[in-house]
Every structure is written in structure tokens, then in C-alpha cells.
Design a protein around this ligand. Structure first.
Ligand code: GEK
Length: 247
């Protein structure tokens, strides 16, 4: 992959606009995620390890809201069984275009056996079948509450028995004081990663009404209602969590 381009999106912005997954964002996206989401790299690493354990022979894996395909590549490198196919889905053409280039580079370098199909599509309309692993890495948070429930049920129904869901999300705390502390710690983390106070506040405003976080309890409840018997938070870093659920 080419060297990472630094995220300066909110240095340059003058007018306030809602956050969009456009070409400007796609160009700096790996840098943006690494510097903004505490624990992002740990999540990608764990997705590889989990793929090695859970992906069964001749099944499908889904990376829903794949962006540039970081989780897709991690799954592909982790998979130990033959006959698997990864479907990587995103609505943003700027993301899928670059994702295809990254997958092609991975094909060229490693000639992996697992095939990858990058789909320009809405994850609310994708049919999930014969799946042994589904990844929703910081994507569910962009859907409406109704769509979240419907998608979770269709993921559950499309997973084979013993199949795994990885759900990573930004969350809110039930307690206002704790929430303020976690938000402050996150902003301090971003400042340590060289974002200015102005960039942080502009990004925060842009994400308002675009990214709607819920509590961990709400996620657990939805997973349970969708039919997942077991769910565990395996990572929490400030107000970012990653949950695994097994069918
Ligand atoms: C990673 N998972 O690097 N259908 C398809 N894609 C969508 C939809 C939708 N309805 N809504 C949003 N997206 C990645 C990171 S980023 C996280 C995921 C973030 C897509 C959107 O276009 C974007 O690419 C992605 O979800 C969210 O592991 O930006 O905080």
C-alpha cells in the first residue's frame, strides 16, 4: 500500500457541512481512522485472528461498510480454510474504488486463495447467506434505529450455526458525568495524535446527526433480540467498543 496521506480535512474546512464519505475523505481515510478511533488497529488485528478460528470451509464472509477494506484484508490473511469468499460492501463509490485497488494489490503480492468481491451497495439491501463471519466495524452507527434492528436480524439469519459477528461501535455512557470524562479523554487522545482543538470541534459538529451512538446495553439488547445467544465486549477504549457475538 502507498504511504499514508495525512488527514487535513478539518484544517481546511471553512463552512460547516455534515460529514460525507467522499473522495477527499477516502484519500486520507487510513490516517483518519488510526488517529481518531482509539483501538482501531487492535480491532483489525483481532479480526484476522478471529477469521482463523471461525471461518469455515466453503462459506462466505461479509465486511459491511468496508471502506478501504482493512477488515477484508485482515480476514483474508487470517482464513485457514478453503473455498471461502469475502463480500465487501460500501455505498461510497470513493471508498469501493480505492478498496478494489487495495484488494488487487493484495492479490498481486500474496496470491491468496480466498476471493474478494467488492460491492457498491447498501448494507441494508444485501442478502446474507451461508456466512461464517460478518464484520460491522464502525458502520452500524450510521444507520437509523429501525434499520439497525432489521440488519441485525438478517445477519443472524444468514449466519451458519457457530458463525461469528464482530460489531465495533462508538458508544455513549448512561451516566452523564462518565460520558463527559470519556469524551474528554478521547479528545485528548486526538490532540496527542496531532489534531488541533479546532479540527476536533469541526469534526464533532460534522458527525452530529450522522453518527448516532448507543449504549453498550442497547447493543446487547438488540443482539439478544436478533437471536444471538452469546455476546461479549472484547475491547473497550474510552467510548469505542468491539463486541463479538456467536450464533
Ligand atoms: C474499517 N469498516 O476500516 N451501506 C453501506 N455502507 C455504508 C452505509 C450503508 N447503508 N452507511 C455507511 N456506510 C471500516 C470502517 S467507516 C467508519 C468503516 C467511520 C459506510 C461508509 O460509506 C463508510 O465507508 C463506512 O460505512 C464507515 O474497518 O467512518 O467511522
Amino acid at each position: 500500500m502507498s504511504p499514508m496521506t495525512t488527514d487535513k480535512v478539518y484544517q481546511q474546512k471553512t463552512e460547516a457541512k455534515p460529514f460525507r464519505f467522499n473522495e477527499e475523505v477516502a484519500k486520507v481515510f487510513p490516517d483518519m481512522l488510526q488517529r481518531s478511533i482509539p483501538g482501531y488497529a487492535a480491532t483489525i488485528e483481532a479480526i484476522g485472528s478471529l477469521a482463523a478460528r471461525y471461518v469455515q470451509k466453503d462459506t462466505r464472509c461479509y465486511d459491511l461498510g468496508c471502506s478501504l477494506g482493512a477488515a477484508t484484508i485482515a480476514m483474508r490473511q487470517g482464513i485457514r480454510n478453503a473455498g471461502c469468499r469475502i463480500l465487501a460492501v460500501d455505498t461510497a463509490a470513493a471508498m469501493t474504488g480505492r478498496c478494489r485497488e487495495i484488494v488487487a494489490e493484495d492479490d498481486r503480492l500474496f496470491a491468496p486463495t480466498t476471493s474478494v468481491e467488492v460491492i457498491d451497495g447498501d448494507i441494508r439491501e444485501i442478502e446474507i447467506t451461508n456466512a461464517s463471519m460478518v464484520v460491522l466495524n464502525y458502520t452500524l452507527q450510521f444507520l437509523s434505529m429501525d434499520d439497525r434492528g432489521t440488519l441485525m436480524r438478517s445477519i443472524h439469519d444468514g449466519l451458519n450455526d457457530g458463525g461469528l459477528l464482530v460489531l465495533s461501535e462508538k458508544v455513549v455512557d448512561e451516566n452523564a458525568e462518565m460520558e463527559q470524562l470519556l469524551v474528554d479523554l478521547h479528545h485528548e487522545h486526538k490532540r496527542r495524535n496531532d489534531y488541533s482543538a479546532l479540527e476536533i470541534s469541526r469534526k464533532r459538529a460534522a458527525l452530529e446527526n450522522v453518527l448516532i451512538p448507543e449504549t453498550v446495553a442497547a447493543h446487547r439488547d438488540r443482539l439478544k433480540k436478533a437471536g444471538f445467544g452469546h455476546a461479549a465486549v472484547w475491547l473497550r477504549y474510552f467510548n469505542f467498543v468491539s463486541i463479538i457475538a456467536i450464533k
